[in-house]
Design a protein around this ligand. Structure first.
Ligand code: SF4
Length: 379
């Protein structure tokens, strides 16, 4: 192998390219196990580029055709990225976390209860079923929440005690720094806030770990105080798409909750959790224009909500498995002005206490933020 050279594409550009096109792996076993199915990033593997750990597609259809190839890692875990026979950068693979080797007393592997996302985030889907996943007419077209359950890679309901046990081990053995708790939406009006609340309380009683909880807006804004009091440090309520046109097509069930309800919930939640501690996840590439996404982001930032914009990645086995990912140029046209907007609005991923916006692995947004100073300030 030739000596390693420095990345010759800027980090944010290389991340955009790899997240859009995916990467072919000479050694599919390199690094930590990849995720398939589930409610978060899927068909991905965590890789580190220029100090940033990001999720890159390796198992979906675009990745098999990607122009980017990751060579077999060397002894230190570093791997050259090749395009058209030319080295364009290098990545490294985080190692398999040690807590994956453990099981509960009743024999459930810890990795079926929670998994490592990015570099130092423990992530779990507390309830692996969803009212919206029962029928094709209602299901969010991008979601694979039922697939990992059907394949036996996870369990349906993670109890508070199980989550506390795994969180403690992940902190002690692998140094995880924060935790993401998401959930499929149960039938009740609280939209999952109740199970998130009891789960957060159990984890906090076992270990000092910042937690982000993620759910749809509950029926009653009083849930935000209850979640905060139970130990949740940050909250995510995910729009996924911003225009009614795209929401109705891509997520017909969830689109019954109007965008206006998300905004009234954001307004109620920010005073409870604090500016920048409430966030939303927006999937770019499903049909919203860059202007539509940026217009909604402007309103969110004004409210103190962090809009985490990520490139849509098609997941095998979902109705959108053949839907293309957005181009790197489309992502750049959103993320560059969005990073400026965030920095000027005083919302930086580094200051988020827990969750996707802090982790940043599903987008190059925080890479764009790095080095930007507030308007009139010094970086
Ligand atoms: S950004 Fe969120 S979903 Fe993506 S890897 Fe990080 S914690 Fe997981």
């Amino acid at each position: 192998m030739k000596p390693m050279t420095r990345t010759d594409l800027p980090a944010e550009i290389l991340i955009n390219e790899l997240q859009s096109f995916g990467v072919r792996l000479v050694d599919p076993g390199a690094g930590a196990a990849s995720r398939r199915g589930g409610a978060g990033p899927s068909d991905h593997k965590a890789v580190t580029i220029d100090g940033m750990t990001v999720m890159v597609p390796v198992h979906n259809a675009p990745a098999f055709e990607s122009p980017y190839l990751a060579e077999r890692p060397d002894a230190s875990g570093r791997s050259r990225i090749i395009r058209d026979g030319r080295e364009v950068g290098e990545i490294s693979f985080p190692l398999q976390p040690r807590f994956y080797g453990l099981k509960t007393a009743d024999g459930i592997p810890y990795s079926k209860i929670a998994v490592l996302h990015g570099r130092d985030v423990l992530a779990t889907t507390v309830l692996q079923t969803c009212v919206r996943f029962q029928s094709r007419a209602k299901t969010c077209q991008f979601c694979a929440i039922g697939q990992s359950l059907a394949a036996g890679r996870t369990i349906e309901r993670k109890t508070p005690a199980q989550l506390a046990e795994v969180a403690k081990a992940a902190v002690e053995l692998d140094g995880v720094k924060h935790m993401v708790m998401t959930t499929g939406t149960p039938p009740g009006k609280d939209r999952g806030a109740a199970i998130l609340s009891e789960s957060a309380a159990a984890v906090k009683a076992a270990v000092d770990l910042p937690i982000q909880v993620q759910c749809e807006p509950p029926d009653d804004d009083a849930w935000f105080r209850r979640l905060r009091d139970s130990g949740a440090d940050a909250l995510g309520m995910h729009l996924e798409a911003v225009s009614d046109r795209v929401r109705r097509r891509i997520m017909p069930g969830k689109a019954q909750v109007p965008v206006e309800r998300y905004f009234s919930a954001f307004e109620a939640a920010v005073p409870v959790f604090g500016r920048g501690q409430v966030s939303t996840y927006i999937l770019a590439g499903l049909g919203d224009t860059a202007e539509e996404i940026l217009a909604v982001c402007r309103k969110l930032v004004a409210l103190g909500v962090y809009p985490f914009v990520v490139p849509f990645v098609p997941i095998s086995g979902t109705p959108l498995e053949s839907h293309p990912s957005p181009t790197p140029a489309f992502m750049h046209s959103i993320l560059e002005p969005l990073a400026r907007m965030l920095v000027d609005g005083g919302l930086k991923s580094a200051e988020v206490k827990a969750g996707c916006a802090k982790c940043g692995a599903c987008s190059s947004l925080s890479t764009y933020e790095r080095g930007l100073a507030p308007a009139g300030g010094v970086a």
